[in-house]
Design a protein around this ligand. Structure first.
Ligand code: GLN
Length: 286
């Protein structure tokens, strides 16, 4: 039993999150988001009612949620979802949490799809399915193959296909890279693991301690998967088709070299993210 108001409990929770290493602003924000999640309240309702006495049973759910955040588990895993391209995606610790910069792949791929009546797309290393499902949802005439080496990730991706009503146009395949799918497609999309192994030591505890390592790390220079993707792409693209993929800070020069080594490929453009960091490669099959 408690007579505390919700804000009082949130303030106390924020203090423990600050003690766990979050900034004061993040601590307050995360405690509020988790409280709102536990209550199932909209932001509007929250603004009007956060000074109410906490309802019966609130602490029993809120306290364990805060305890998880104290271990630096990301909020998205605790609430079980994250928004991507205006849709909510179910996420578990089996999948990388969708990042805003990855939405650039969608913007670019939608434009590139304009050249096709029935775009055929493959998403290599689909994870949560955010790229594959978003493409299918945005383009009602597109069909998408989504692969992943992780079976648990594919279960999450399939649940997101159901959630967004695109199960009839997204096919999942378990396996590395193209998952044994050998038909050439119009677009290959991928957010591969690209973080250099040695960066592990300097990563945020939320990422390093909680997100799946095989979705993040790409070997010594981070480019192990990118090298294979670029090498395999020509055989999996129709002429004029595109490979559009994400990469990490400082990797643009190596990406240019890798693509220059493939006579069947042409680097059309490297797009910067909102922070001005070169982030997405747009490659054409000659
Ligand atoms: N951008 C992610 C991060 O920095 C990495 C994503 C990836 O490796 N594909 O945590």
């Amino acid at each position: 039993m408690t007579d505390s108001t919700i804000v009082e409990l949130v303030t106390r929770a924020a203090a423990s999150l600050e003690a766990a290493g979050l900034t004061a602003i993040d601590a307050r924000q995360d405690a509020s988001v988790l409280a709102r999640h536990v209550l199932g309240w909209t932001l509007e309702h929250w603004l009007g009612h956060q000074r109410d006495t906490a309802p019966e049973g609130f602490e029993a759910t809120f306290t364990p949620a805060i305890a998880r955040r104290v271990t630096r588990e990301p909020v998205a895993y605790i609430v079980g979802e994250r928004e991507f391209y205006w849709r909510a995606f179910t996420v578990t610790s089996a999948v990388l949490i969708p990042r805003p910069e990855t939405e650039m792949i969608i913007d670019i791929a939608i434009v590139a799809s304009g050249a096709y009546r029935y775009p055929q797309i493959i998403d290599v290393g689909t994870g949560s399915g955010c790229i594959a499902v978003t493409m299918a949802a945005e383009l009602p005439l597109a069909t998408v193959v989504a692969t992943d080496i992780s079976a648990p990730a594919l279960i999450v991706a399939a649940s997101n296909a159901r959630r967004h009503g695109v199960t009839d146009r997204v096919a999942f395949r378990h396996g590395a890279f193209f998952g044994g799918y050998d038909e050439p497609v119009d677009l290959i999309l991928s957010n591969p693991p690209y973080v250099p192994d040695r960066d592990r030591a300097t990563m945020a505890p939320e990422v390093e301690g909680h997100e799946p390592a095989k979705a993040l790390f790409g070997g010594g220079d981070g480019l192990d998967c990118v090298r294979s993707l670029v090498a395999l792409a020509p055989d999996h693209l129709r002429p004029g088709g595109r490979l559009i993929f994400e990469f990490g800070q400082g990797q643009a020069p190596r990406i240019k070299q890798l693509i220059a080594c493939q006579p069947a490929l042409h680097l059309e453009e490297i797009r910067e993210d909102l922070q001005g960091i070169p982030r997405i490669a747009i490659v054409t099959r000659r």
